[in-house]
Design a protein around this ligand. Sequence first.
Ligand code: HEM
Length: 483
Amino acid sequence: MFPELRGERPRPVADMEFGLTKLGREMYDDASEIGPENEPDLPTAGYTYWGQFIDHDLTFDLTPLDNASDAVEQVRNFRTPFLDLDHLYGSGPGLSPFLYQKGFHDAERLLVGETTAGRCADLPRNREGIALVADPRQDENLIIAQLHVAFLQLHNLVVTRPQQLAASPYYLQQPNTFTAAQRLVKWHYQWLVRHDYLHEILDPEIFNLLGKLEAEKLALGDIEFRMPAEFTAAAFRFGHSMPRDLYSKGVNDFRKDVRLETLLSLTGPMGLTTAGEPANTRLPDEWVVSWDHFFLIPPRIAAVNRARKIDTQIAKALHHLDPDTVKLFNLSVGAGRHLAHPELPVRTLLRGFRMRLPSGEQVAERISAHFTCPRTLQASEIADNSPRGEILREPAYGLEQNTPLWYYVLKEAELLQSGWCLGPVGSVVIADVIISALAADPDSYLHASDWHPTLTDDDGRALTSMAKVLQWVSNASTTHSST
Ligand code: HEM
């Protein structure tokens, strides 16, 4: 994003990495410091995993941490840099036939798996319990896996609803029912990312500039677009601060007080086990998620879990990731070497350093030259009196006024927004990349003039939020078990 800016290394690399490792370890969630779980200004917990779903759609850098370097142009992205749901559809029925049901030529439906009770509500899985998905990370925790299932169900619903497909001429331009349904699902998802997800997580002042940004990006015409390292290795990892160690409202009306470790242990790579129980190859039925526990779905507003605040603390469970979880994200470079750092914050800080990302201060300075609104953080605010501030001030580590970009993004959210949404620097980086991804994709809804969601629920109400989409899918999937 800022190719002319390179992270500075004022101290020996080993000393700086030692300091970053200490800083990452110090970023644990001290429960006494977080606000009440259901503080109504916090995004609901669904936005955490929706963010992860978006991340997995845009970027997949398998470079082992040990090999991360500043040759960022050579990093291979195993996903397209577009919001095109390639992690859902794979390369389509022709090249990824294992994702699709047989017998629906030109109106293909996506495979949905069955739970232990035979309910169509799990990812499709092989005999080993490994998910049949285009991106293995979609089975990394229960909530993202269930969100993936909801999108499988959404496609399967619209492919069988001719009146929904006839609602916009843009769908009918497609050669067959499958691609018409795919475009409809994709455009709704893109519109929701722009109007619902970004509304929830961006600084409101930056959100209000999105229309202008869209016009600017569209005016660039055809461009070759890559995911910037500032986004993938730092800014969009802000979401690592949002998972909670404990979801007291649980995942449905039966499973309350659910721990993050449990969400991580209920998925394929971990053998679908729950503590002390034998491994399952299908999701135990009682773990199917009720979306009113993750998004505001009236009348059950009181059932919803909230996200953690966006700040410099990370849930304890993310400080000791299981090797099988880390393996989903990194190619192994030799027996066990991907295990070197099971702490997600340490991995993130070291990766950003090894990629020589610019510091938070460098990016803030560059951004404030273009936007009038942002207030940048003072050195004393970043390196405060906390143990983390002490590490940042330690001269041997060279981190003072050379703050890792990821840490800066979290700190400004903490200080300027009370953790309810991103601050200006994080917001500008994320807005720029997501709007660029939409504008650079010739098949995105931004290229269709004045397109708005056309999907409606069974009472004819437009599905203009993720909560409404999930409610519609859940209701329809309960009545039509084939979805
Ligand atoms: C339980 C929740 C999550 C877990 C266990 C998890 C785990 C991981 C791991 C292990 C990596 C690779 C780390 C490395 O080697 O550098 C990673 C990368 C990443 N994560 Fe997460 N993550 C979670 C949630 C999220 C959320 C909520 C977001 C954003 C809203 C997010 C955004 C990212 C991004 C952008 C990357 C880099 C992806 C790439 O370029 O390959 N993650 N995550």
